[in-house]
Design a protein around this ligand. Structure first.
Ligand SMILES: *Cc1c(COP(=O)(O)O)cnc(C)c1O
Length: 372
C-alpha cells in the first residue's frame, strides 16, 4: 500500500532527528563550529590551541563523571569499535566474560573470540529485549557488558563484580552522558562522541581506573600490539592532552560545546533527568496505545535514551518510518539485524522533551490514516 500522508506543520517537532547514533547535533553547536572552528581547525595538533581543546574536553568529562581519585580520561582515534580491538590487545590478559544481549555486545564478544592469543571468552547470553547478568568466575580477568545495548534498547546496571584482579569494562557508547552512573563501580567506562554528546564520530573516550591503567601498561611489556591499539600509548598521549595521531578536531569542538552546555545546566544529573522525562512520556504513551507497545517487557530494563517500540502486526513499522521520513522526521528505524516490526527512538539530551511529545502526536496522526 503506497500512501502519501502529509503531517500538518503544527504537529511536527521543531527538529525531526530521532536517531540512536549518530544522534541529533544541536544547531547551536554547529553555529559555534562555523563561527569559531577556523581558529583551531587546520592548525597543528601538537600546538597549544588543539592541546587546550583536548585538555578542556578531558577536564569537562572529569567534572561530568565526578572522576574518582586516580581515575583518568583517556582518548584516541577510531571510535568504540576500535576501542574493542584496543581492549583485546591491552586489557584482556587471558580470558574475558561477556554479557551478550544485542548486536553491539555480540560484536565485541565476537572480536575477542577471534583473537588467537586469548582463551575463548565466557559468554553469558540473553535474548533480544532482555538482559544477562554477570556471573563471578575465577578464570576471567575482564567482565564486559554494555551500559546501554543500543540495538535493543535494554540498559544494564554498572555495578562491580569479581575480585581486585578482574576488571569491569563497560561499553557506555550510547549510555555515557544520558544515564546516571557511578564510575567508581567499574574500571573502564568507554564511549564515543556521536551519541549522547551530540557530536560527530571518529574518536573514543575512556574513563579508566588505576587498576585499568596498570593493566594496560603491564600488558604493553609482555604482548606485542600495533601502535594504534596500544592503550599505554593512548594513556601517555592523553596525559599530554594529545592523541597518537591527528584527531578529528571538529568532533572535539562539537563535543566540548555539548559538555559546556550540559555542565552549565546541572551536569549528568540534569542530562539524565531530561532523558528520563522524555522516556517516561514515551513509554506511558506506548503502554496506553492500541497499536504500539514497549519492546522490553521489564520496565526497569528499558533504556531511557533508546526506546524500542514493537508495532502491532496489522501495521508495518517500515511504512510508518517511511511516511515520517517524507515529513522530515528521520531515523526511527530499528537496528539492522534485530529483525522486528519495530520503531527505535533516540531520546538523548539534545532532544527537546517537547519534540518527543510532538513525535507521539505525529505517530498517531500517521497511524490513524494508515490503519485498515
Ligand atoms: C554505536 C555503538 C558502538 C559503535 O560505536 P562506533 O564509534 O561507531 O565504533 C559500540 N557500542 C555501542 C553500545 C554503540 O551504541
Amino acid at each position: 500500500m503506497e500512501t502519501s500522508i502529509e503531517i500538518p506543520h503544527a504537529l511536527r517537532p521543531f527538529d525531526g532527528r530521532f536517531g540512536s547514533g549518530p544522534t541529533r547535533i544541536r544547531g547551536e553547536q554547529l553555529t559555534f563550529l562555523a563561527a569559531h572552528g577556523g581558529s583551531v581547525m587546520g592548525t597543528s595538533h601538537r600546538q597549544a590551541p588543539v592541546k587546550d581543546l583536548v585538555g578542556r574536553v578531558r577536564r569537562r568529562l572529569a567534572e561530568l563523571f565526578a572522576l574518582p581519585a586516580g581515575y583518568e580520561i583517556v582518548l584516541g582515534n577510531g571510535g568504540s569499535t576500535t576501542f574493542w580491538d584496543m581492549a583485546m590487545f591491552s586489557l584482556v590478559r587471558d580470558r574475558s566474560q561477556h554479557l551478550v544481549f544485542g548486536a553491539f555486545s555480540e560484536k565485541f564478544a565476537q572480536a575477542i573470540t577471534q583473537a588467537p592469543f586469548l582463551q575463548p571468552p565466557d559468554l553469558v547470553t540473553a535474548p533480544a529485549g532482555s538482559r544477562a547478568a554477570p556471573r563471578p568466575v575465577d578464570d576471567v580477568d575482564v567482565y564486559a557488558w554494555p551500559h546501554n545495548e543500543t540495538s535493543t534498547g535494554v540498559m544494564a546496571p554498572v555495578e562491580r563484580v569479581g575480585t581486585q584482579n578482574q576488571l569491569v569494562v563497560v561499553d557506555a557508547t550510547s549510555g555515557a552522558g544520558a544515564l546516571p552512573v557511578d564510575v567508581s563501580e567499574c574500571d573502564v567506562y568507554y564511549f564515543a562522541p556521536q551519541k549522547a554528546f551530540g557530536s560527530d564520530g571518529g574518536l573514543w573516550f575512556a574513563v579508566m581506573s588505576p587498576r585499568a591503567l596498570e593493566r594496560a601498561q603491564g600488558l604493553a611489556q609482555s604482548r606485542w600490539a600495533p601502535a594504534t591499539l596500544r592503550l599505554d600509548l593512548a594513556i601517555a598521549n592523553s596525559r599530554a592532552d594529545q592523541t597518537l595521531n591527528t584527531p578529528a578536531i571538529a568532533t572535539l569542538i562539537l563535543m566540548d560545546r555539548q559538555l559546556e552546555w550540559m555542565l552549565g545546566r546541572g551536569g549528568l544529573r540534569w542530562a539524565s533527568e531530561r532523558v528520563a522525562q522524555s522516556a517516561a512520556a514515551l513509554y506511558a504513551w506506548a503502554e496506553a496505545s492500541s497499536w504500539v507497545a514497549p519492546f522490553v517487557d521489564d520496565p526497569s530494563h528499558r533504556s531511557p535514551c533508546v526506546a524500542t517500540l514493537e508495532v502491532d502486526t496489522r501495521l508495518e513499522a517500515a511504512q510508518i518510518s517511511r511516511v515520517l521520513r517524507e515529513n522530515g522526521i528521520v531515523d526511527v528505524d530499528p537496528y539492522r539485524g534485530v529483525g522486528r516490526n519495530q520503531l527505535r527512538i533516540g531520546l538523548f539530551p539534545s532532544v527537546e522533551p517537547s519534540d518527543v511529545q510532538a513525535l507521539m502526536g505525529c505517530l498517531d496522526h500517521v497511524v490513524e490514516r494508515l490503519a485498515p
